[in-house]
Design a binder for this molecule. Structure first.
Ligand SMILES: [Zn+2]
Length: 172
């Protein structure tokens, strides 16, 4: 069980290192749409200063989504670095994407929230098997054949009927 809550109040000023290994279950809490699998390494350098806290994240690994074209899993590399500043105040607030106000009454900083946001922003825009050098999709072939055999209304064409229709039309 990973502990994403860092009890910063008990820490002396200085630098602390945390490592997390995430899989898809991490994202269940955040209801990340369509994510099939994840394998990510997160290194956090936590710097406690006299007036604020600096969180420096280094995240890399892979995530997998259903391909937009064939629905088979397609994986993407994720690599992101980000520094977040946390100051203390009355209530939680997001000043900008790198500066947060954290309620002074909280003893812990929950870093899972930041980790989730950094990764979601790094998700690929286009989730599809890439084309090969000849511009052909690299989707698994069987699945493409299956898709090509589906009518516009979603019903499946039985290849045997195609042959029969050809006979009827005299095109065979
Ligand atoms: Zn595909």
């Amino acid at each position: 069980m990973h502990d994403y809550n860092i009890s910063y109040k008990g820490l002396a000023e200085g630098e602390y290192l945390y490592d997390y290994h995430l899989n898809e279950t991490f994202f269940e809490t955040f209801e990340t749409e369509n994510l099939l699998a994840a394998d990510l390494q997160v290194s956090l350098t936590f710097r406690k200063k006299s007036t604020h806290v600096e969180l420096e994240f280094d995240i890399n690994g892979t995530v997998s989504f259903p391909c937009d074209r064939c629905l088979e899993p397609v994986s993407s590399e994720i690599e992101t670095q980000q520094k977040i500043y946390v100051k203390f105040g009355e209530a939680y607030a997001e000043e900008d994407e790198n500066l947060y106000i954290w309620p002074e009454s909280n003893n812990d900083i929950d870093v899972s929230k930041f980790i989730n946001e950094l990764i979601v922003v790094a998700f690929p825009m286009r989730k599809v098997h890439p084309d090969d050098t000849k511009g052909r999709p690299t989707c698994p072939v069987d699945m493409l054949k299956y898709i090509e055999n589906i009518n516009d209304d979603g019903s499946k064409i039985d290849p045997r009927w195609n042959e029969l229709n050809k006979l009827k039309d005299g095109t065979s």
